[in-house]
Design a protein around this ligand. Structure first.
Ligand code: NAD
Length: 255
């Protein structure tokens, strides 16, 4: 996709996307870049992240970054501002997934899921606020999950972290709104990425239909469209909102 294919609606803007070396984060980086934004791709996966930044070329920077590390957050934001002069958008996308029956779950794994999926995004919000304020406002998009809107068995740790992210989003929306910083959460259903490759493969082998009323898995690009909308001025009065992109999975549940 060329840089002008999306009317340049993010021209002049700078977006930092965590966990963007692959999966949904990579799709978001591609789409925001195609919409004119400079993108800062961060991830633990240095090879894949650097390759994506090289492929996008102008207006893309890779920074190796562990979202659980507060010092690295500061260095990453500094690198973004040094390279592109400002920061307007944060997409808290990095995450890890694991499921286990509640009685078999351990405190160590529970804490790990919390650290990456909740404390990481919290540290990210803290780290970017000064730069977003300096830019006159901005948009923060937190990637939660349908598991943050309803209950699934074996999702105690993952689900609790993703529900908590919803709470974090709302508090941030209240506190940062006066600075013209909007904060919203996105709740994908099952999306075909490396994170759930085994689940997708098993469904395909078993010739099962996809896990949604649309009878298929979502694609990362379909989540990226919503992230672009929330990052852009088209969503200028949307703050503290929660948006499912799940093919209708939640429609039959009380969320
Ligand atoms: P993915 O595993 O393909 O990508 C996640 C990326 O995050 C990876 O590149 C990984 O290296 C990175 N990451 C993990 N821990 C990190 C850390 N500590 N610091 C920095 N980067 C780290 O997964 P995905 O499916 O693209 O997931 C993206 C987000 O969407 C996650 O927050 C996930 O929980 C959420 N989500 C995924 C699905 C799904 O079905 N795939 C559904 C709902 C929500």
């Amino acid at each position: 996709m060329g840089r002008s294919d999306r009317n340049g609606e993010l021209a002049g803007r700078v977006a930092l996307i965590t966990g963007a070396a692959r999966g949904m984060g990579a799709a978001e980086a591609r789409l925001l870049h195609a919409s004119g934004a400079a993108v800062v791709i961060t991830d633990l996966l240095a090879e894949e992240g650097a390759a994506l930044a090289a492929e996008l070329g102008d207006g893309a920077l890779f920074v190796e970054h562990d979202v659980t590390d507060e010092k690295q957050w500061q260095a990453t934001v500094d690198a973004a501002v040094r390279r592109f002069g400002r920061l307007d958008v944060l997409v808290n996308n990095a995450g890890i997934y694991s499921t286990r029956p509640l009685v078999e779950e351990t405190a160590e794994r529970f804490e790990l899921l919390y650290r990456v999926n909740l404390i990481g995004p919290f540290l990210g919000i803290k780290a970017v606020v000064p730069a977003l304020r300096a830019a006159g406002g901005g948009s923060i998009v937190n990637i939660s999950s349908t598991a943050g809107m309803t209950a699934f068995p074996a999702h105690a740790a993952y689900g609790a972290a993703k529900w908590a992210m919803r709470g974090l989003t709302r508090v941030a929306a209240l506190e940062l709104g006066p600075d013209r910083i909007r904060v919203n959460s996105v709740h994908p259903g099952a999306v075909s990425t490396p994170m759930i490759a085994d689940i997708v493969r098993r469904a395909e082998n078993g010739k099962q239909s996809g896990p949604s009323p649309l009878r298929r898995f979502g694609e990362p690009e379909e989540v990226a469209e919503l992230v672009l909308f929330l990052a852009s001025d088209r969503s200028s009065y949307i703050n503290g909102g929660e948006f499912a992109v799940d093919g209708g999975t939640l429609a039959g549940r009380d969320a």
